[in-house]
Design a protein. Structure first.
Length: 275
């Protein structure tokens, strides 16, 4: 029996990347999944955001583990849509025990050159979207009366400043404050709340031309190999990026009984990058 047998996890950004990895890893430990993600391009983002076929692959991989999964095409900026996804998941699966506010985007521009839409979209998705996820799904944990766990995906960028991502950094800093308040408010209901802070992770959000240019502005058309040379300099351990499952394994610890007394913390998974 897995560490999360009979649990249900509500996961945003679940169509691919870290979100898909979390869904699969939690399913491996026995959890059923409510998976949420967008199916249309986010206009300010310079790489492809999730598409309908992406979520279908997540569903396929979770079901291959003999776990149930309810999928919904919802943007985390849509509170009513998130509330419906949570209610539909409750109707089908009977409970929610875990909430992973994982959905996020990355865009790049110098702070004084960034346009208003780029700033607003970042804050709306990466910070307000996490609050809306919590607002939609966590009341179901409270109503269940069994306790539970919430994890907000922050970033190493909330601990170490980098140029050209002030909006991203501000959003990820904001998640730490949100987490700490929630940990105090929800502690009496035995609901634990933590953040995870990865360094770069090998997902579509990182492995794209815009990121390669950010890391290697000295080159006219940098490649993934060029990016990896620069990315290794960010980490103390000799790796350019983590695998999504490295973050998923940390989350399994946080949401299972292994981390039953861990709350209000910032869990750093950064290959020594914060050093």
């Amino acid at each position: 029996m897995g560490k999360l047998a009979n649990k249900v996890a509500f996961i945003t950004g679940a169509a691919r990347g870290q979100g898909r990895s979390h869904a699969i890893r939690l399913a491996e430990e026995g959890a059923d999944i409510i998976a949420v993600d967008v199916t249309e391009q986010v206009s300010t983002v310079p790489y492809d955001t999730a598409r309908p076929g992406d979520m279908e692959q997540t569903v396929k991989e979770v079901e291959a583990l003999d776990r149930r999964i309810i999928a919904a095409a919802v943007d985390v900026r849509d509170l009513a849509g998130l509330q419906k996804a949570a209610a539909d998941g409750m109707a089908a699966l009977g409970r929610i025990d875990i909430v992973l506010a994982n959905a996020g985007i990355n865009t790049m521009a110098p702070t004084l050159e960034m346009d208003e839409e780029m700033w607003d979209t970042m804050i709306d998705i990466n910070l307000t979207g996490a609050w809306k996820t919590v607002r939609a799904a966590v009341p179901h944990i409270v109503e269940g009366g069994r306790g539970g766990s919430v994890v907000l995906t922050s970033s190493l960028a909330s601990l170490v400043a980098n140029e050209n991502i002030a909006h991203y950094t501000a959003a990820k800093h904001g998640l730490v404050g949100l987490m700490r308040v929630l940990a105090k408010e929800l502690g009496p209901q035995s609901i634990r709340v933590n953040t995870v802070h990865p360094t770069t992770v090998a997902t579509e959000m990182v492995l794209n031309d815009a990121t390669y240019r950010l890391f290697r502005p000295d080159l006219p058309t940098p490649t993934r190999e060029d990016y990896e040379v620069a990315a290794r300099e960010m980490n103390r351990l000799p790796v350019p990026a983590l695998d999504p499952v490295d973050i998923s394994n940390a989350i399994v610890y946080l949401v299972s009984d292994d981390g039953r007394y861990v709350t209000g913390t910032t869990q750093v998974i950064d290959a020594g990058g914060s050093l």
